[in-house]
Design a protein around this ligand. Structure first.
Ligand code: ZN
Length: 311
């Protein structure tokens, strides 16, 4: 072999050796853990949908950890939260083992990322630290002892210590979302008002109410059985160094195909932007062209952006 050819080959081999590392670095995915396995909701569908949305975005790689069914032996439920950039809670059930409670609080306190999805904020009404991590919760015996109601009057957040149950919702419906912070990385560039696909709207939620940035609210119309108040629906939580994204939307339907609240493009985009922010403190995702408008909702039935949706 001529020496020039040998050098050329060596360069080619070197390029092939280096190239995959560069590609890997460019496409390094964020690690997400979805916690599910018990819920008063259809967790069998919801945890799969959450995974589809996160995986199909190309930004995340997901693990799922399911607990034993209700009443089962929870002692084996010991996720290594520290392995992940973000923990997505889709869980409302039996208490975790003490060591898992402690590992979770440690992970959050040291600045871990958390997404609190829909009925995950029903969980653990008696666990004080968990309620600080979610800021507002509902049902499961919550009342004035759990903390005040938090809602908006003329756009200003108020705390209401009046007595009453925590957590309710009116009939499922499509409803407008109202942006309360246009500058936050999660909301930046999204429309201020847009129509969410048919969903429950949580209202009368109670808790320590340590909301950091309220991102979206919605009007819980009395005509459809709501509280008659402007209710917080999407927010971040003030909890030390942690990045906690609380998304009350997304009541899961009976099947993957009949699931309008989670098929809503707005829900999926908020989940993805919120999860990226929780994982990194930034949002690099473009505002997609198929986002809902103030006139109509839009849907991604397969939980994936159309290929031309990203601007
Ligand atoms: Zn629900």
């Amino acid at each position: 072999m001529k020496s020039s050819l040998r050098i050329t080959l060596a360069i080619i081999i070197a390029l092939f050796t280096i190239a995959p590392t560069n590609v890997e670095a460019k496409t390094k995915k964020l690690k997400a853990l979805i916690v599910s396995g018990q819920n008063n909701h259809n967790w069998q569908v919801s945890h799969r949908v959450l995974r589809l949305i996160l995986d199909q975005s190309g930004l995340f790689e997901c693990d799922i950890m399911l607990t034993e069914p209700a009443g089962g032996d929870m002692s084996g439920f010991t996720p290594d939260f520290e392995e992940y950039d973000v923990v997505v809670l889709d869980y409302n059930g039996d208490r975790w083992p003490k060591q898992t409670d402690e590992a979770f609080v440690k992970y959050v306190k040291r600045g871990g990322g958390v997404v609190v999805y829909h009925a995950a904020d029903n969980a653990f009404a008696e666990w004080e630290e968990f309620n600080k991590i979610i800021a507002l919760g509902g049902w499961e015996g919550r009342n004035e002892k759990s903390g005040p109601y938090y809602y908006l009057i003329n756009g200003i957040g108020v705390l209401d210590n009046g007595p009453g149950a925590g957590g309710s919702h009116g009939q499922q419906r499509e409803y407008p979302m109202h942006c309360r912070n246009e500058k936050h990385p999660i909301t930046k560039g999204l429309p201020n008002n847009w129509v969410h696909g048919r969903d429950e709207m949580y209202d009368r939620m109670r808790g320590p109410a340590n909301i950091k940035d309220l991102l979206y609210s919605g009007y819980a119309d009395e005509k459809t059985g709501g509280s008659g108040r402007e209710e917080p629906l999407v927010f971040t939580v003030d909890y030390g160094k942690a990045r906690i994204f609380h998304l009350m939307l997304g009541h899961c339907g009976p099947t993957l195909d009949n699931n309008p609240a989670m098929q809503c493009t707005g829900f999926q985009v908020l989940l993805l932007r919120g999860a990226e922010w929780a994982a990194t403190g930034k949002v690099k995702q473009a505002v997609p062209a198929d986002f809902p408008t103030d006139k109509r909702p839009s849907f991604r039935p397969a939980y994936k952006a159309p290929y031309d949706a990203e601007r």
